[in-house]
Design a protein around this ligand. Structure first.
Ligand code: ADP
Ligand code: MG
Length: 585
């Protein structure tokens, strides 16, 4: 075929494909336009997961009658005029592509009215209808100030795209997630979402992110979330990190509960997710993820927002700095604030586990929050319902009372009774000690009276081109040498392991090293295995002084409340709870 310039129609459909990937992308662009137009209230209506219809209604500035057609022209925008302005954009949109793209692949109706201008006809706006990007109808129409855009039958003229749409419920979930996210990014705006005629989400526009969290995740989850508020400065400027993060005992099976906003823009960013995972390192069970809503504010010149047609990815000028800022902010908050899980006798008696120490809301507002929160709860709540989180931060001074089931240490503190899992607590102590010793290259090792014979898979020695695992093991304090075939002789082990199950520990460490997807993850797992096999077992009777020692060592750790696998080391039964259980109160 000879080379030729594509027809306007084909070109516009191709371009539309970049912006409009699925129904949620339409909602995203329309909502962003409403926000840019200064709306205070944004209503989103969706039918059949957006495949049939999506409508966004706002009370923003509206579009003057003589500019409505222009808004649908490609690269038509009122938001920037020059390339220089790209580096200091304060609006969400700037590419001038969205309306043109959406109109090209749907049947679209806009009803809009700008604030009354001099000489303009009061209360009369414009209705414009487009099909496949072509205007088919225009009329004057009485309407309130603002804009209503209705997008019907998305991809009706692009069968190839239509085929790729997922089930209605999937598309609907994407739209839900999007509206929740914008609700959280803009707590001072009132959002509502109607799915097939049913109100499924509504934010109050109170300006408090916390209120929106309640609506998105439900009161029970919101109440446990910990506030993050941090500013990091360096030569390039300031990064403000604020939002909410879940305490370690509250977690989810996937990463979709990580929400980030950069200068008010909802972004998907692997670096940011990674910074958060790092901050929660060893605090969560493997393959579990926190719930996080973080807003980053930084100098616009530090962010390139023009890297992707849907503007959902950004590039940071100094991504190391941003990474460090986020990781530090989250980690510090967790260290300072993550509370000890508290045992509650009868959780159902306390509706939503309402914490006493939150400032009281007025009842009417509270009822409303609960109602909306229940309706909008995004997903089931997985937090153990018997756990509740008081504000108490640091590990309190504890007095050992005894041991139960040869597994738990009972201790008394200023706020009641504490049960400490001896194995988990010891793991935490050993893990931090191991990290410290490793950093100083000072892991002590102990020779075995008689060398131990073990079998290891071949690659453990590094012979098959794999990484030299024996070398890593020797860094940990093992002295292991090949003894022919798959047999090895263990001559010395890390001191902490000397009384543990050596063969089992080595097998697990080696497994971990070969399994780990990243070398680092593998080594991390190896350290945790070592610690796990070195720590005192459940089922072992401990003397008073052993228990006191353990508690004292636990007090000295940076993260006393979870073991390196992310399980809690202790639970708390408060004095009030005891009093309640005994009917004293
Ligand atoms: P961009 O947002 O990148 O400018 P769009 O194609 O999304 O491009 O919108 C084109 C223009 O239409 C905007 O610059 C704005 O002037 C106008 N517009 C779109 N939606 C609205 C709205 N809801 N209210 C007021 N003006 C709007
Ligand atoms: Mg736009």
């Amino acid at each position: 075929m000879p080379i030729r310039v594509l027809s306007e129609e084909v070109a516009s459909k191709i371009a539309a494909g970049e912006v409009v990937e699925r129904p949620a992308s339409v909602v995203k662009e329309l909502v962003e336009n409403s926000i840019d137009a200064g709306a205070r209230e944004i209503k989103v209506e969706v039918r059949r997961g957006g495949r049939r219809l999506m409508r966004v209604i706002d009370d923003g500035t509206g579009i003057p009658a003589d500019e409505v057609e222009l808004a649908f022209a490609r690269h038509a925008t009122s938001k920037i005029a020059s390339v220089e302005e790209l580096s200091s954009i304060a609006t969400l949109g700037f590419r001038g592509e969205a309306l043109a793209s959406i109109a090209a692949v749907s049947q679209l109706t806009i009803v809009t009215r700008a604030a009354e201008e001099d000489g303009g006809t009061p209360r009369v706006g414009t209705l414009l209808r487009l099909e496949g990007g072509k205007v088919t109808h225009r009329q004057k129409k009485g309407c309130p100030q603002g804009t209503v855009i209705t997008v019907e039958n998305l991809f009706y003229n692009v069968p190839a795209r239509l085929k790729f749409l997922r089930a209605e419920t999937t598309e609907r979930k994407h739209i839900d997630g999007l509206v929740y996210s914008y609700g959280m990014a803009y707590p001072h705006l009132r959002f509502s979402l109607l799915n097939d005629g049913r109100l499924t989400f509504q934010s109050l526009g109170s300006g408090e992110l916390y209120d929106v969290l309640i609506e998105v995740y439900g009161l029970e989850v919101a109440q446990q979330m910990i506030e993050v508020r941090a500013s990091e400065t360096d030569d390039l400027g300031l990064v403000d990190v604020h939002g909410y993060i879940s305490p370690p005992p509250l977690h989810r099976a996937n990463r979709s509960y990580l929400t980030f906003f950069v200068n008010g823009r909802w972004v998907k960013d692997r670096m940011l997710s990674y910074a958060v995972s790092e901050a929660y390192h060893t605090l969560l069970p493997t393959r579990r993820h926190p719930i996080v809503v973080l807003r980053l504010e930084l100098n616009p010149s530090q962010v390139d927002i023009n890297v992707h047609p849907t503007k959902s990815e950004v590039r940071f000028l100094d991504s190391n700095m941003v990474f460090a800022a986020v990781q530090k902010a989250v980690r510090r908050t967790l260290v300072d604030q993550a509370p000890i899980p508290r045992m509650t006798g009868r959780p159902s008696q306390q509706p939503f586990g309402w914490a006493q120490d939150r400032p009281a809301l007025d009842m009417e507002r509270w009822r409303r929050l609960v109602e909306v929160g229940t309706q909008a709860r995004a997903v089931g709540i997985e937090t153990p319902s018997a756990l509740e989180f008081p504000e108490s931060a640091k590990l309190p001074p504890l007095r050992v009372l005894g041991q139960v089931a040869q597994t738990y240490i009972i201790a008394e503190g200023p706020e009641g009774l504490y049960l400490i899992d001896q194995h988990a607590a010891h793991e935490r102590v050993l893990y931090e000690r191991l990290l410290a010793e490793r950093a100083k290259m000072a892991i002590t090792s102990q020779s075995l009276l008689e060398p131990l014979t073990i079998e290891l898979p071949r690659e453990a020695s590094g012979e098959s081109g794999g990484t030299p695992r024996l070398e890593f093991l020797s860094q940990l304090g093992f002295d292991i040498e090949p003894f022919g075939g798959e047999t090895y002789l263990v001559r010395a082990v890390p001191t902490m392991l000397a009384t543990g199950d050596i063969g089992q520990a080595i097998a697990e460490i080696v497994d971990g090293l070969t399994e780990g997807d990243a070398a680092e993850a593998g080594e991390e797992g190896a350290l945790i295995s070592l610690v796990c096999h070195s720590a005192v077992r459940a089922g072992k009777t401990l003397s008073q002084s052993e228990m006191r020692d353990l508690i004292r060592q636990l007090e000295g750790t940076a993260m006393p409340r979870t073991c390196p696998h992310g399980r809690p080391t202790m639970i708390h039964l408060s004095a009030e709870q005891l009093a309640r259980e005994f009917g004293r109160r």
